[in-house]
Write a protein that binds this ligand. Structure first.
Ligand SMILES: Nc1ncnc2c1ncn2[C@@H]1O[C@H](COP(=O)(O)OP(=O)(O)OP(=O)(O)O)[C@@H](O)[C@H]1O
Ligand SMILES: [Mg+2]
Length: 365
């Protein structure tokens, strides 16, 4: 690279923002020599902004959320306001529709007509996005092309209510941030943790309030579920069963997890019972998918703060009859080597924020 080209090529930094139900996550990256370089990152528990414990889910009023975001930006020493923001899966309605074969320029209209059957509010109240599921055949012959044209398309439709977007827009503006997009968190996570390829994977995101399951085939979403139980339910169950405060329960959960040994038999048992429920539901979704499409899910990828629990991965390996990996979204970024251990530990928590940052970065190209 010549002196002048490197001189004029400004390195622009961007943020990925994940507003979780219990914690805010933020990641700042920039592009250098074609690589995404981590500049700073941070996390902030939201509970205390509503006067409740760390680790619990809250619904904060806008002004409190703005205060929390500003605090995190300051603590993390971010230096840009350009960002991409993830929205919770619960803010969206995701459906798959089949549309008849129509000329390309009519697809959007036909999708809107089909989507209307599944979306319980008037379409002018939602932001509608869609993408056509690519056909399986990689090398289609002319005959087959005609056949698929006759068959039409399967289309992924994502609807987000305008009210959600408006709420987020005012929170972002109040925080001084400038998002170029809002995307449902699942697409951010998938970008950060799923390798491109032909495999079928299941991503599990165990948050505080809920656990999200996504089945991804050849990089494309094929199915998504929400289990209305998250890591805070383990804390609340511990607090009740062991007659300790929620803070003490949260501390015990994080300190010992499933690795407390014989001294913490009861702790181990309560955590196991709660996780068993989640694994049962996840397995059911996985098996249903495998049966319906005659496809094997070859890998389960663990994300979300809940999977940081000590012993979680080992238990997951026993519960799923497939390969299980602890997500490593920081692996998509260039990071200082001396912090490698910290990044591999904290990785799953930052999947959404990193995925949003990666998309924002790709917009600069
Ligand atoms: N080291 C740890 N061991 C066990 N649990 C942990 C650990 N660290 C965080 N958690 C739990 O993870 C949860 C937070 O995870 P995360 O930040 O992914 O949730 P969130 O994004 O705020 O929630 P949601 O995705 O449901 O909106 C909390 O309930 C917390 O107790
Ligand atoms: Mg989350």
């Amino acid at each position: 690279m010549s002196f002048f080209s490197s001189f004029f090529k400004k390195e622009i930094s961007v943020l990925g923002v994940d507003i979780g139900s219990s914690a805010l996550k933020i990641v700042q990256v920039k592009k250098k020599h074609g690589k995404a370089v981590l500049e700073t990152y941070g996390e902030l528990a939201l509970g205390p902004y509503a006067g409740i414990e760390v680790g619990r889910a809250v619904s904060l009023p806008a002004e409190k959320m703005i205060e929390a975001i500003k605090d995190l930006l300051r603590e993390s020493k971010t230096t840009t306001v350009e960002c991409g923001t993830a929205l919770p899966l619960s803010a969206s309605l995701i459906t798959f529709v089949n549309i008849p074969p129509v000329p390309e320029k009519q697809i959007a209209d036909v999708v809107a007509i089909e989507a209307r059957k599944y979306i319980p509010v008037p379409l002018n109240e939602v932001l509608l996005d869609f993408s056509i599921i690519p056909k399986e055949e990689q090398y289609v012959t002319e005959d087959e092309t005609t056949k698929t044209e006759k068959q039409g398309h399967e289309v992924l439709v994502v609807a987000i209510h305008n009210d959600y977007i408006n709420d987020y827009q005012s929170i972002m503006a109040g925080s001084g941030l400038n998002p170029s997009f809002y995307e449902i968190e699942l697409f951010s996570s998938v970008r950060a943790v799923v390798e491109q390829g032909v495999a079928t994977n299941m991503v599990i995101d165990m948050g505080a309030r809920s656990t999200k399951l996504y089945i991804i085939e050849r990089g494309v979403l094929r199915s998504s579920h929400i289990i209305n139980k998250g890591s805070q339910d383990i804390t609340l169950a511990l607090s009740k069963a062991l007659s300790i405060t929620v803070s003490e329960a949260e501390n015990m959960k994080r300190t010992y997890g499933l690795k407390g040994g014989p001294e913490y038999k009861e702790l181990t048992e309560i955590i196991t019972v709660n996780l068993d429920y989640m694994f049962y539901e996840a397995n059911a979704a996985l098996l249903t998918y495998q049966k319906k499409y005659s496809k094997n899910v070859t890998q389960v990828i663990l994300t979300g703060g809940g999977v940081l629990l000590k012993g979680f991965t080992e238990l997951a390996k026993i519960c799923f009859q497939t390969d299980v990996i602890y997500a490593d979204p920081f692996g998509k970024l260039e990071t200082p080597a001396f912090l490698a251990e910290e990044f591999s530990q904290a990785g799953p928590e930052f999947a959404v924020a990193i995925g949003a940052a990666l998309r924002r970065l790709s917009e600069l190209e």
